[in-house]
Design a protein around this ligand. Structure first.
Ligand code: TRP
Length: 326
């Protein structure tokens, strides 16, 4: 039987952080063996919140290098920029006819963004964000979409658009399922529930050990534990949440010694930094190989775009034919 198909994507915001790894990439890497995967660099989607495109190409390349360095395999799975496959915009236009403004206004992800980014006037393209995302997924007839909670409403809208198309014309599209990432989102170094570049609270996948140490030194901990000897509460400690992810073997011991006061925050943070850097070491090494051979990175992108374009063109030809627009 043919493998099911996955469409996964991220907006290119430059170098990725460990939250991206834990929340998405790790999952994609596991899935790439059991599914036929397409990995999309959603560069058009960036425009919904940032019109300045001066860094968009470099940001895309930086993200691609991180994908490659963490173990996504470009031979198995095409990696490509949305903007280089014209069919995305074409299908986006058609899909824009299959959903109401009202439905898009009810999109909770949009509401959250408007609140978080303090947006006063919503642009048309931002309202249409999920329509473009539906085109991303359905152009490749994705059966499954690995995403975090916040993107589930977009997959739901994708399903509605697929259903509407199939009912109005002929069955062309699958109704894709979200594949939820198991691990909860990693909090930022400042304790914010979200690790994000714009909040300046990240550890990058490309951070060298010295940088990781320096960043962890400033990470928030239990505010009641002021010095070694004070008893701490790991349940409310950010650094402890990192230990759970990156240093599971030592968690019971750290828990006990934090509570008793035997373990001070500085030592605890340095243990954590060492574990994170241990995980990052092979990624950093691989990243350097690609940085020193940008030509091969560009070749990977070109090859991915060629392969993605072929699939996208086939779907678009089918759509046009079924709509009598052939
Ligand atoms: N909206 C997704 C995000 O912000 C990025 C994205 C764009 C995407 N197109 C996609 C994700 C298609 C999955 C499938 O994370």
């Amino acid at each position: 039987m043919d493998k099911k198909r996955i469409l996964s994507g991220m907006r290119p915001t430059g170098k990725l952080h460990i939250g991206h790894y834990v929340g998405a990439l790790e999952n994609w890497i596991n899935l790439q063996n059991n599914y036929e995967s397409y990995h999309l660099i959603a560069d058009y989607h960036v425009l919904t919140t940032k019109l300045d495109t001066s860094h968009i190409y470099q940001d895309s390349i930086d993200m691609l290098i991180d994908w490659l360095a963490t173990g996504l395999d470009p031979v198995k799975s095409p990696m490509f920029r949305q903007s280089q496959i014209k069919e995305h915009t074409e299908l986006n236009l058609i899909f824009g006819m299959l959903i109401t403004v009202n439905r898009l206004e009810r999109n909770p992800t949009l509401k959250d963004q408007i609140r978080d980014l303090n947006i006063e006037n919503v642009i048309y393209g931002h309202l249409g964000y999920p329509v473009l995302q539906a085109a991303d997924i359905l152009l490749y007839k994705g059966n499954a979409v690995p995403v975090g909670e916040d993107q589930v409403p977009h997959v739901e809208i994708t399903r509605e658009i697929a259903r509407k198309f199939n009912n109005q014309y002929v069955e062309v599209f699958p109704e894709p399922e979200p594949l939820l990432t198991k691990f909860a989102r990693l909090s930022g170094l400042d304790g914010n529930a979200k690790m994000s570049k714009s909040l300046n609270n990240t550890i990058l996948l490309s951070d060298e050990p010295e940088t990781v140490k320096a960043k962890l030194k400033k990470a928030v901990t239990d505010p009641n534990k002021l010095r070694k000897g004070d008893p701490g509460n790991p349940d409310i400690c950010l650094v402890f949440s990192y230990h759970k992810k990156f240093n599971p073997g030592e968690v019971p011991e750290i828990d006990t010694n934090c509570r008793s006061g035997a373990l001070g925050c500085v030592d605890c943070k340095m243990k954590c930094a060492a574990k994170i850097s241990e995980m990052l070491a092979p990624i950093i090494e691989k990243r350097k190989l690609y940085e020193n051979d940008i030509k091969s990175v560009k070749d990977i992108l070109e090859d991915g775009e060629k392969r993605a374009r072929k699939t996208a063109q086939e779907t678009m030809a089918e759509v046009r034919e079924k709509m009598n627009l052939g």
